[in-house]
Ligand binder design. Structure first.
Ligand SMILES: [Zn+2]
Length: 58
């Protein structure tokens, strides 16, 4: 898996946090050791949604 910015090496990181409703959130993010770009699983999900093209209205 390469960084989308610089194609550098991405290191997996476990993330533990709390959501707005104070639930425990576990996830994995990827950090580029070259430029520091972070890919988060939530970010990736959001991007997947955004990639879906809108249905034509005509
Ligand atoms: Zn990078």
């Amino acid at each position: 898996m390469g960084c989308e910015r610089c194609n550098g090496w991405m290191m997996p990181e476990r993330r533990v946090g709390h959501s707005a409703s104070d639930e425990l959130v576990l996830g994995v993010s990827w950090r580029c050791v070259n430029c520091g770009n972070v890919l988060d699983s939530v970010i990736m999900q959001n991007r997947t949604v955004q990639v879906v093209p809108a249905a034509p209205t005509a």
